[in-house]
Write a protein of this length. Sequence first.
Length: 386
Amino acid sequence: MAVTEVETVDEYFPSPRAENIEGRGAAPVRGPGALEAKGRQRMALGGIFSSDMAIDLGTANTLVYVKGRGVILNEPSVVAYHVKDGKKQVLAVGEDAKLMLGRTPGSIEAIRPMREGVIADFDVAEEMIKHFIRKVHKRTTFSKPKIIVCVPHGATPVEKRAIRESVLRAGARKAGLIPEPIAAAIGAGMPITDPTGNMVVDIGGGTTEVAVLSLGDIVYARSVRVGGDRMDEAIISYLRRQHNLLIGESTAERVKTTIGTARMPDDGRGTALQIRGRDLLNGVPKETEINQAQVAEALAEPVQAICEAVMTALEATPPDLAADIVDRGVMLTGGGALLGELDLALREQTGLAISVADESLNCVAMGTGKALEYEKQLRHVIDYDS
């Protein structure tokens, strides 16, 4: 039997338990003060038992925010499975599955069901969402949760429907979608409801969202399919061309996070890192060294694509809002914002003040969570029925 959403916890329990909530065996206290205290207690219990959640379904990582508890899960968006009798059987999800990437035998496949911010494999994505919902709610929940998911601004209606249906089939009672730039700006603490221009650049694993926001909605937004994944691919192809060395995705990601930089180092070399891969000339494993200058050269193309997206957005911004952006600057969020000296590279191109959000990795999840907490105030940006 389906359980409907309720405002207080009393409806879950028999009335004697609710009456004696002040103390076992105590006579119920009457009066407005007692009712107020009881109301507060009910609200607190409602927060404990709330199962509603917000999900940042990212290309690289999935973050889950539970109402009243904050971000409580951050795991890679990776699923490992093997096919038996024509059916995919999930073996591992998240951290465990990420360790298998590029290291699986023929009978097992480790994949990332999200590509460029949208679902690439519908069934596997559904299993991944189910797994994360179960992991967050270890106990059996009283009702199916209401879930809000962020989507790239440039997602097509078909891509949005795929995300909504995956979430509903994974066990949600109701699935809402919120544009990623709005979620990122809310999570970064930007005053998006004010009648002033705010510019946010959210660099995720699959896409970069550039948006100008005012009065709680998007004035201009552009989504480019460049992000952390494209940076990893650029490092792989650079090493293949320049060093005849073939490396895997996990090694490329380690290079990017350890010594990745958007600008050429002042000394022309920078920090070096030892990496291992396969020599393409004689086919044997090989170890070589890569420095920051080489990484900056490898990442020049994706970094330039991000800079161009920001410049295009600035050109399309109404003049009054552009004046506000000159005063306030541009906010960088997402995992890609942590790339070394990316803020300086953007500052050189635009001439604007560029700042990186605190906890930039969690910004979108925090913003989606706040949209869940303050749903009435932000209902105009949450889409429940596309």
